[in-house]
Design a protein around this ligand. Structure first.
Ligand code: 3Y8
Ligand code: NAP
Length: 251
C-alpha cells in the first residue's frame, strides 16, 4: 500500500520523526492543535486545529486515506491520545505512540509528587515564597488560590487575557531550554520552589536539572493515565514499526 501517515505532534520527538520521514520521502502530515501563535517550521505539511473529537478524527482518517497514525503528542495531551486510540480502533488504522520516559528523581532531589494540577495547587498552600511556575498558559487560573507567592511564569506567547496571579513576573520564551539558562533564571529571581509537569524528554528538563544543581524543591506533577497502546521511545523504533506495518523505508 502507499503510505499516508498522520503524525500527532507538538513535541521534540514529533519534530525529530517529521525530519526522519521527510528524509525517507514517506508521505506524511503533522497535526497540531493550534495552541501557539508561531509553531516551529516543519519539513512536512502541517494541519492546525482539532479534528472534532473521536468522530471527527475517524472522518479525517477515512476521508484522507490515512494508513498509519503516530501519536507523538506530549504526555499531558491525554485527551488527544485517548481520542486517537478510539478513532484508530474504529477506523482500523494502525496506531503507535512515540513518547518519552518520565523523569525519575535522583538521590538528593527534593521532589514532592502530586497526581495533577489540583495537587500542585494544594501543595502550594504554604508560607509565601517565589515559585517558578513553568507549566504553560493553559492552567494558570488553577493557581489563583495561592496569591501569597511571587510567581515567575514562563509562557510561549505573551498573555492575552489578564493573568489570575497578582504578584508575578512573566517570561515569554519557548524551549528547549538549557541548564545554564534555567539556573541563572532561578538565581536572578530568587526562586524557592519549582512546579513542573513530568514531561520527560530533554526540551523541558533544564528546570529540573537546575533545581537539582541549586538544591531547590520541586513539585512534580505526575502524568495523566492513558490506556495502553503500542509505544516506543525513539524515532528509529518508530521507523522499524512502520517497516513492520507495510511501509517501504527505502533503505
Ligand atoms: C503547540 C509547537 C519542538 C517541540 C518543542 C517538548 C519540548 C520545547 C518545553 C518550561 C516548560 C510546557 C509547554 C513546553 C515545552 C517543547 C516542545 C515544549 C513546556 C510548543 C508547540 C506547541 C506547544 C504547546 C504548549 C502548551 C504548554 C506546553 C509550554 C511548536 C512550543 C509548559 C509543557 O500557550 C499555550 O497555550 C501553550 C500550551 C500546550 C502547556 C500548557 O498547558 O500551557 N506546550 N508548545 C502544539 C500544538 O498546537 O499542537 O512550536 O513546536 C512545543 C514544545 N513545547 O518541536 O521543538 O517536546 O515538550 N511546552 C510542559 O512540558 O510542562 C514548557 O517552560 O519549562
Ligand atoms: P489535549 O488536552 O489532549 O487535547 C484537547 C483537544 O485538543 C483534543 O481533543 C483535540 O481536539 C485537540 N488537539 C490536541 N492535540 C492536537 C493535535 N496534535 N492535533 C490536532 N488537534 C489536537 O491536548 P493539549 O494538552 O491541549 O495539547 C495540545 C498540543 O500541545 C498537543 O500538540 C501537544 O502535543 C502539545 N503540547 C502539550 C503540552 C501539555 O502540557 N499539555 C506540552 C507540550 C506540547 P479535537 O477533540 O477537536 O480533535
Amino acid at each position: 500500500m502507499t503510505p499516508n501517515l498522520l503524525v500527532l505532534g507538538g513535541t521534540t520527538e514529533a519534530s525529530a520523526l517529521c525530519r526522519r520521514l521527510a528524509e525517507a520521502e514517506i508521505t506524511a502530515q503533522l497535526s497540531l492543535a493550534g495552541r501557539v501563535e508561531r509553531p516551529k517550521r516543519q519539513p512536512l505539511p502541517v494541519r492546525i486545529g482539532g479534528f472534532g473529537g473521536v468522530d471527527g478524527l475517524v472522518r479525517t482518517l477515512q476521508d484522507e486515506g490515512i494508513t498509519h497514525v503516530i501519536d507523538a503528542t506530549h504526555p499531558f495531551a491525554a485527551q488527544m491520545s485517548r481520542n486517537a486510540i478510539a478513532a484508530c480502533a474504529r477506523a482500523q488504522v494502525p496506531l503507535l505512540a512515540l513518547t518519552r520516559p518520565a523523569w525519575k528523581a535522583e538521590p538528593g532531589d527534593q521532589w514532592q509528587h502530586v497526581p495533577d494540577i489540583a495537587g500542585a495547587v494544594a501543595a502550594l498552600d504554604r508560607a509565601p515564597t517565589r515559585v517558578l511556575l513553568a507549566v504553560g498558559r493553559m492552567h494558570l487560573a488553577d493557581f489563583a488560590p495561592n496569591p501569597q507567592h511571587h510567581y515567575v511564569l514562563r509562557l510561549v506567547d505573551p498573555p492575552e487575557a489578564p493573568l489570575p496571579l497578582p504578584d508575578r513576573t512573566v517570561i515569554v520564551d519557548r524551549g528547549p531550554f538549557s541548564l545554564e539558562n534555567d539556573r541563572a533564571l532561578m538565581l536572578d529571581h530568587g526562586i524557592g520552589i519549582v512546579v513542573s509537569k513530568n514531561a520527560g524528554g530533554t526540551g523541558a528538563s533544564a528546570k529540573i536539572l537546575a533545581a537539582r544543581a541549586l538544591g531547590l524543591p520541586v513539585i512534580m506533577i505526575d502524568r495523566p493515565s492513558i490506556p495502553t497502546r503500542p509505544e516506543v521511545h525513539d524515532v528509529e523504533a518508530a521507523m522499524t514499526w512502520l517497516g513492520a506495518h507495510g511501509v517501504d523505508l527505502g533503505v
